[in-house]
Design a protein around this ligand. Structure first.
Ligand SMILES: CC(C)(COP(=O)(O)OP(=O)(O)OC[C@H]1O[C@@H](n2cnc3c(N)ncnc32)[C@H](O)[C@@H]1OP(=O)(O)O)[C@@H](O)C(=O)NCCC(=O)NCCS
Length: 171
């Protein structure tokens, strides 16, 4: 990966952002992630679109906050299918996380990771929590409402089909 990406904070008033979200929504369908939709992206606290040669290349967001802004959740990470495996996922996640810590400083962060995104979170300094009981239980609410794997997870006693990793500025 050698080209520099053009990062833009999502703005629902911009037509090219709306069109980009349509593309992201298509990419996210069938992936092991909560599907991205215009409504879900509008609800994100800090969404960052990455463009390459004026085309949408990827996305990452601060999706939610918990326990009076003690914890922020990062999510929605996606890279254009044709650009995967070239370092763009790490580049986008890294740029977004640095920006997020300026917008929401002194907070703890958490991410639901899958097999593909786990290495990226690890490179950003995220680690497994000592116990899942230290996590806000509200983080699992979207699983029940939006994830097609939810019932299968609960049948085997899991809260979520993803692992949760955390980043704490005090560590
Ligand atoms: C996950 C995703 C964003 C990774 O983007 P990417 O540009 O391919 O990732 P990178 O090339 O920057 O790779 C970064 C690291 O992740 C690892 N990785 C990437 N894809 C992987 C995969 N499918 N399985 C295992 N590891 C993977 C790479 O090996 C690399 O690790 P390394 O630095 O130790 O070599 C991309 O595959 C994607 O959009 N997937 C669909 C959406 C998704 O699953 N999002 C995560 C939701 S939790």
């Amino acid at each position: 990966m050698s080209e520099i990406l053009d990062y833009q904070v999502f703005d629902s008033q911009l037509q090219h952002h709306i069109e980009a979200i349509g593309t992201l929504a298509q990419w996210s369908r069938g992936e092991n992630m909560l599907p991205l939709t215009l409504d879900s992206v509008k609800a994100h606290l800090f969404g960052l679109l990455a463009f390459k040669d004026s085309s949408i290349a990827g996305y990452r967001a601060v999706t939610a906050s918990y326990e009076s802004d003690t914890y922020y959740e990062l999510g929605g990470l996606i890279v254009a299918p044709q650009l995967r495996g070239q370092g763009y996922g790490y580049e986008i996640a890294s740029y977004h996380f640095a920006a997020a810590r300026e917008v929401f400083p002194k907070a703890r962060y958490l991410i639901f990771v899958n097999a593909a995104s786990k290495a990226i979170a690890g490179k950003l300094g995220f680690v497994a929590p000592k116990s899942v009981t230290e996590l806000p239980q509200a983080i699992y609410e979207p699983c029940a409402s939006s994830c097609r794997e939810y019932v299968a997870c609960r049948l085997v006693g899991k809260m979520c089909c993803h692992e949760v990793v955390i980043w704490d500025p005090a560590i």
